[in-house]
Design a protein around this ligand. Structure first.
Ligand code: WT7
Length: 686
């Protein structure tokens, strides 16, 4: 271990004197109180929020033990609130209507906009009224498929204001994925935009949404309205490249734009409604619907190891307290900060730490539409300088990608406003951690490596700036209310130093409540393996100082650029191709993405393995799941290494993927000779 790592990083930096939690003693005391008396701890925090009616039942009631009956979690039973009211009205009523909620920064640096809390509230009310007029009511599901524009925040809060449930689908997903999610949720309304530029690429969202709607109607899902934001006429298109063609979008240009350069969309007057037309006719006042704290707020689909995505469902009250509190403490948020989270709202990080956490704290944030490398590799740093960002939150994959360009693009900008730098999505390697700390943070910031999941709603293991001395690569200690345990395969607890399954012994307010429409799946996925514990699916190690080091997934999931994918999901896309008889996908380490996909395919009779097929198969996965899921490697497999009972020995495939001949014991395979054959068939470029 390098000296520095052993010494740990002092959290002092710029926050220590004012931080909400300023020492390990204070952290330990607060953490102990949060476990000993959750009602006193969270009850005190809940006083900052507006509840229309107080708790009538138990403050916390739950069962985490499948042998004792149904799994359930209930916080603040009987209380009534509205999260949109707490995000907006509460601040406006307190005289903060003119404060900036978001600095919107477009894909092109020339495009920027400022939105205050007061304006946001009016826009939200207008959209809420549009939804109400279409008959959207409490409990109805509204699907949202949008770029990173302020209307996305408006849409989700409008849905929450009237007690409906949002189901946001990341704008990088394919029509098939969008349709699957809309059908599972039985969404009655879709909100989208015409298109968006992401770097030099055009993403024609409306066109993809149209395809998804066709798939939905073929399966009898009646969608009442597709509310479409007109975005393309407001933004700057990428500059043509020197050869006179558009930077990438030359193909897109021809097919998507008319002679005058206007973006074209197909229009179905029976369902399509322009956002700007509907909204301008709507009233800017709309009473919030007072909801039960345990009513659903949203669902967000995450990969499941069986292949079918799970609609992770969060409820209003607990999620509100938890995202607000984690935002306040993990980033040590103070009035006056400018906060910038680079995650897309289509993922949980965006839900909790672009929209809800910051707005619940009345914070000012940057909402960024683009990508880190467009129009140049210093774009993040340029934005930090421009808005004097003090708290910044991004993913290890972005840090590693930007590290490759060296220090110079960072050093060009004045980043002295930065005080806290966050990381999320996958384990951060110490090299990237140190670069983030030294080069971006000028060795004068607190780094927070936040471990959590779609299911946990908010940070569950994280350092606190000003309190926690950090070790690069460790997410450090549990957040308030989180009771960590490590278990061995037999479910015995590992106390002190050691490695095992990372589990939690009791619920914190932000934990998911169910899998939408399939409570049994919720119980089997998270609670069946170890009675009495929520099982994360990750492994972790506790060192001699008690620090937690998350080691990664221990199920058939892989993490590509911070996005979880299941190998089953990829395999089922591959076998849809008529030439593929069988497929096996494994994770292979990747220097920027963290992990990438390496796939083995067995072909049906009479087919040959050629470049054209490889391209088709990559496309198949892109169109079934989304571009981010595209495999990096596909190799031919005359057979797969299976045990006599037919189970694929994935550890052997992982070895082949990295070119390691140390296969371990393969004697239980039905045909051990297949391993050598597969090794020889590895693609040259791997
Ligand atoms: C999985 C959850 C939470 C928002 C983004 C991903 C991995 C996440 C860390 C971290 C080590 C991490 C885990 C986890 N993960 N953050 N700081 N250190 N691993 O949400 O798609 O639900 O993925 O991401 O494997 O289980 P998600």
């Amino acid at each position: 271990m390098p000296m520095e790592t052993a010494n740990m990083f002092n959290p002092a930096s710029k926050v220590s004197k004012i931080s909400h939690c300023s020492s390990m003693e204070q952290y330990k005391q607060m953490h102990a109180k949060s476990l000993k008396d959750p009602e006193a701890f969270w009850g005190e925090i809940s006083k900052e929020f507006h509840f229309e009616e107080k708790v009538k039942g138990k403050f916390l009631d739950y069962n985490f033990d499948t042998t004792k009956g149904k799994i359930f979690v209930r916080w603040l039973e009987g209380a009534k609130t509205n999260i949109c009211y707490n995000c907006l009205d509460r601040h406006v009523l307190a005289g903060k209507g003119d404060q900036v909620a978001f600095y919107w920064e477009g894909n092109d640096p020339a495009d920027a906009e400022v939105v205050t809390y007061g304006e946001l509230l009016k826009d939200v009310c207008r959209v809420a009224n549009v939804l109400k007029a279409k008959g959207v009511a409490k409990g109805d599901r509204v699907a949202i498929y949008m770029p990173m524009v302020k209307q996305l925040v408006v849409a989700m809060l409008a849905v929450a204001r009237i007690g409906a449930v949002h189901s946001i689908v990341f704008g990088g997903y394919s029509a098939d994925s969008l349709a699957d999610r809309m059908m599972d949720a039985q969404a009655s309304v879709l909100i989208t935009a015409d298109a968006v530029w992401r770097g030099p690429k055009l993403i024609a969202l409306k066109e993809i949404a149209d395809d998804a709607l066709k798939l939905c109607s073929a399966k009898d899902l009646k969608v009442k309205m597709n509310l479409v934001v007109q975005h393309m006429n407001k933004v700057t298109a990428p500059q043509p490249a020197s050869n006179g063609t558009a930077a990438n979008g030359n193909v897109a240009k021809k097919t998507h734009f008319d002679d005058k350069g206007n973006f074209k969309v197909n229009w179905d007057p029976l369902v399509d409604v322009w956002w700007h037309e509907a909204v301008s006719a709507a009233s800017s006042e709309c009473d919030p619907v007072w909801m039960d704290t345990e009513d659903p707020l949203f669902m967000l689909y995450t990969s499941g190891s069986t292949g079918k995505p799970k609609g992770v469902q969060h409820t209003i009250g607990g999620y509100m307290l938890y995202t607000a509190t984690t935002f306040k403490y993990s980033f040590d948020y103070h009035q006056g900060d400018v906060y910038f989270c680079t995650a897309d709202i289509g993922w949980i990080t965006g839900h909790s730490y672009v929209t809800y956490g910051p707005l619940l704290n009345g914070a000012t944030s940057v909402l960024f539409e683009g990508v880190p490398t467009y129009p140049h590799t210093g774009r993040f740093w340029e934005i930090i300088e421009k808005y004097k960002v003090s708290k910044f939150y991004t993913a290890p994959t972005a840090i590693r990608a930007l590290m490759k360009f060296g220090d110079e693009p960072v050093k060009k900008y004045d980043l002295s406003s930065l005080a806290v730098l966050g990381s999320v999505g996958e384990p951060i390697n110490p090299e990237a951690w140190l670069w983030y700390y030294r080069v971006v943070g000028d060795s004068n910031v607190s780094i927070v490596d936040t471990f959590w999941q779609t299911e946990t709603g908010g940070h569950v293991i994280t350092p606190l700036p000003g309190a926690t001395p950090c070790k690069p690569g460790s997410a450090c200690f549990p957040f308030f209310g989180v009771d960590v345990a490590l278990l061995d395969e037999e479910g015995r607890e590992i106390k002190g130093e050691g490695e095992g399954y990372l589990v939690f012994r009791r619920p914190w307010p932000g934990i998911m409540r169910t899998v939408y429409g399939n409570h049994e799946r919720f119980e089997t996925t998270y609670f069946k393996k170890f009675s009495g514990f929520y099982c994360t699916g990750d492994g972790a190690r506790r060192d001699s100082d008690g620090y937690i080091w998350v080691t990664g997934r221990i199920d058939d999931m892989l993490n590509v650029s911070g996005h979880l994918l299941s190998t089953a999901q990829v395999e089922s896309s591959l076998v849809e191709h008529p030439s593929v008889a069988e497929a096996a996908a494994v994770a292979r380490p990747h220097s920027i993405k963290g992990e990438c996909l390496y796939c083995f395919v067995t072909l049906t009779e009479g087919n040959t393995f050629e470049d054209k097929l490889v391209a088709e198969l990559k496309n198949k996965v892109r169109s079934k799941i989304g571009a981010f899921a595209s495999p990096d490697f596909i190799q031919l497999a005359p057979g797969l290494p299976k045990t006599r009972s037919g189970k694929i020995m994935r550890r052997v495939l992982r070895k082949i993927a990295v070119g390691d001949k140390d296969f371990g014991d393969i004697s239980t395979l039905a045909d051990p000779s297949i391993v050598e054959k597969l090794f020889e068939l590895r693609p040259k470029e791997s």
